[in-house]
Design a binder for this molecule. Structure first.
Ligand code: G3I
Length: 317
């Protein structure tokens, strides 16, 4: 295979990246984004604060740009995200809405956002990060005002707004087995038994160098796939303590290879998305000072050993 997207395609899977809107004017960036990936996720521009910053006022320009980029490059779009406690504008988070009002606010948001792109979005992260690390449901304006039914309701609203998109629940620290993954498993099983239109589970997979078990990830993906759902690695990166050195980069390559391999070993694992591709654009250094080098291309958009690791994970070289 000459590119990651070809290597993934040879296994029947997609290879995606998050796209930073501010980088779309850089030819080096867009060259890699268009040639190496078959799926794109908006890193920020489809989030609530970006797309409906005040009530009833929608900013679709940047999201439209991503849709156009994907169409021009024969890529699917992964919608991220409809209901999330973070990057939520204060008119929602602190709006003082009662339950009926907040339910309507959510329905309007989903109708307008998912409805605008109906038929053009392959997957939506309908709800994102609804769990605490101990597996309990996260406190948020949604949970506090509406109770846990907001999760099922969001899926029903998304189904109505875009019947053709696959609808997903997405979270972090769920790729290995454990309390949070167990809670997700129970929740998804319950939603399915209630007839909630859920199609897929997204495992963000913001990993730390040397901290993983590919066999455990594979077993975890498999148990969700056995529920009849698609499973997808949605935000993969592997951060390390800086500075990077050759030994760390080589272990990182192996980690990418092993995690991609875990997906490839599971029939229901249909794709992998990295959370950006060039280290200079990664969210990691800003959030974890002293850590970085988490992505498959370096600060100068040169491929790192991790690039080859991904290739090998898909069985290519
Ligand atoms: O757009 C404003 C800009 O106007 C302002 O000047 C600037 C100053 O700080 O901030 C800009 O907003 C930033 C935004 O990214 C766009 O660049 C926010 O501060 C910053 O917090 C935001 O960070 C994003 C983060 O989500 C927010 O929680 C990261 O780029 C993005 O990579 C990250 O992605 C999340 C996924 O959505 C969910 N899973 C975890 C993942 C990593 O945190």
């Amino acid at each position: 295979a000459a590119t990651l997207r070809e290597a993934a395609e040879a296994t029947g899977r997609f290879m995606g990246t998050a796209i930073a809107d501010g980088r779309l004017s850089d030819g080096t960036y867009t060259g890699i984004a268009s040639s190496e990936f078959s799926s794109v996720t908006a890193e920020n521009v489809m989030k609530w604060d970006a797309i409906q910053p005040s009530q009833g006022q929608y900013n679709f320009a940047a999201a439209d740009r991503l849709m156009d980029f994907a169409a021009a490059n024969d890529q699917q779009v992964w919608g991220h995200t409809l209901v999330w406690h973070s990057q939520l504008p204060s008119w929602v988070a602190n709006g003082g809405f009662n339950a009926d009002q907040l339910d309507q606010v959510i329905q309007d948001h989903i109708n307008n956002v998912a409805g605008r792109y109906a038929g053009e979005i392959a997957y939506w992260d309908v709800v994102n990060e609804v769990f605490n690390d101990d597996g309990s449901l996260r406190q948020s304006v949604f949970l506090n005002t509406l109770g846990e039914d907001y999760i099922a309701d969001a899926f029903h609203y998304a189904e109505a707004a875009d019947p053709s998109a696959k609808l997903c629940i997405n979270d972090y620290s769920t790729e290995h087995t454990g309390a949070k993954s167990d809670a997700l498993y129970q929740r998804v099983s319950q939603l399915l038994s209630e007839g909630v239109p859920i199609d897929c589970v997204g495992f963000q997979s913001h990993l730390i160098l040397d901290q993983y078990s590919a066999s455990d990830i594979q077993a975890n993906l498999q148990r969700f796939a056995d529920l009849g759902l698609e499973v997808v690695i949605t935000e993969l990166d592997v951060r390390m303590d800086m500075p990077a050195d050759q030994a760390k980069l080589d272990r990182q390559a192996q980690q990418y290879r092993d995690v991609i391999g875990a997906c490839v070993a599971v029939t229901g694992c249909t794709g992998v998305t990295v959370w950006g591709f060039g280290d200079a654009d990664s969210w990691v250094p800003g959030t974890f000072p002293g850590q970085g080098a988490a992505l498959p291309w370096d600060d100068n958009y040169q491929p790192k050993p991790a690039y080859t690791g991904i290739m090998e994970g898909f069985g290519a070289s």
